[in-house]
Design a protein around this ligand. Sequence first.
Ligand code: NAI
Ligand code: MG
Length: 353
Amino acid sequence: MTKKYKIAFMPGDGIGNDVLEAARIVIDEGTDFNAEFIPGDIGWVFWEKEGDALPERTVEMLKETDAALFGAITSKPNVPGYRSPIVRLRQIFNLYSNMRPCKAYEGNPLNYRDDLDLVVFRENTEGLYAGIEFYDTTELQDVKVFKKFDQKKTTVSCRVFTEEGCRRIVKKGFEYAKKNNYPTVTLVHKANVIRATDGMFLRVADEVAKDYPDIEVWKQNIDAMCMQLIKNPQNYGVIVTTNMFGDIVSDLTAQLVGGLGFAASASTSDSFALFEPTHGSAPKYTGQYKVNPIAAILSTMLMFDWLGETEMAKKLEEAIKINLKEGKVRTYDLGGSSSTLDVAKDIVRIMNK
Ligand code: NAI
Ligand code: MG
């Protein structure tokens, strides 16, 4: 038996429930993970019921836990007063690192190539998503460069980088590369155009890289990177980048290895972490147990790893690999007709063999 953990369990909306139910089957029936799972209210349902998609009681509960497993939430554009609970969680818990592994598992018919093993580290709290925005430039009139714009017809979204923000995400990437024997770290930027912020990102990254002399450092402009990831994705290992570039590039890399059904993520600070499949709530599939639970199950594997339950993580990954290689129990996205829970049960069968 492992140490007893406290895990926040937050399925959220729609298929978040289907896939986290599958993850729980795998945890409860396939491992001896010793945890108290504490349910957490989050999502559109709570926005409708109580006017808050992330009730304060959920935040308080999370503070008492070791880590969180999260499904997905529904959100709708142009709803006055609505704030994304995920963005809020990142800010409240300082979840500055978003990690998304993209591995081509043998037998996955959706692999773009079979030799891919990339991991994207995306800065998760700053950059263009810092939330510093102006819907006109009235407040900015003291800054000379804004005077030439029509105040009422100009909007501004600020891209904010701090040295510390850059340093800690780059360090995460290098540490991961070192621990997992990736020979390269690729820093993705656009420093030739966005000179202040990306210039600093690269400067700080160069300083961090000095502590990792065995790892080769590559630098790539974001646009060229997108092209290279289609042309020669097998060349890359760890990729480290800033918030918006990481958001975009990680969807691209996810698609190289099977898309949303396989895209797991870890959002971490130095003391807390939230694990989630990156897909949304897919309302049209809600409660039908049709969607692929592997992204949620891989997110569970990342949680085991982060908690230090390395053997458990390895065993779970092996079982997922065998399920895919055998190719008998698979969901619709892989051309199969098995249910979400059938896949979980098949993984349990393999783990208990
Ligand atoms: P989505 O990811 O929910 O689904 C898009 C399509 O991808 C689905 O219709 C389905 O065909 C496929 N898909 C998604 N997950 C799958 C899985 N596990 N297995 C197989 N196929 C899968 O994205 P969409 O439709 O743009 O958004 C639906 C809602 O989810 C929106 O309200 C959106 O705001 C929210 N959303 C939430 C996210 C989160 O909670 N992290 C992330 C993205 C969207
Ligand atoms: Mg995204």
